[in-house]
Design a protein. Sequence first.
Length: 180
Amino acid sequence: MGQLILSPIHISVLKADVLSRMMEKKITAISFENLKDDSDSYPIVRSMSEIAGSAVMLIAAQYLSSANHGKGVLLGGISGIAPTKVIIIGAGIVGEYAARAALALGASVKVFDNNVYRLKRLQNNIGQRLWTSVIEPRMLAKQLKTCEVAVGALGSGNRPYAHGGYRRNGEQYAPRFCNH
């Protein structure tokens, strides 16, 4: 009785019976993904998104290694070998930090998003010219067939998913790694 929970609550997917039990026990729950700062933004979600975007490329590097039954390639490649091709779908915060990490590792990066403003913001924030495109299904399909790593970083409305994955029909998916 009278407990306080400060946690990612995800109210939109919280089961009604869990919410009812919390109310019966008079639990105060603060969903930190909904906390706004003075500039009307979500600083905790942003921080989680930055971490997810950076971490997804390190995870991709692990999956590409032969120790994990991957292709046995380095994410960034080496001299004389073409760089690893990374496709990022989504130019929000997760996509930006995934692109930063992939570029820092030496990968060839292509970013898709249907919001041209986000694509321009991404290029400005990264500070270098970057291959970007609106999402055109045939072009995206062609790029996905030839990549080593594909990262889904599409958001919901104006708030990206912090886990670096994506949702389809209400189901959450983790980042995918192409292994041809």
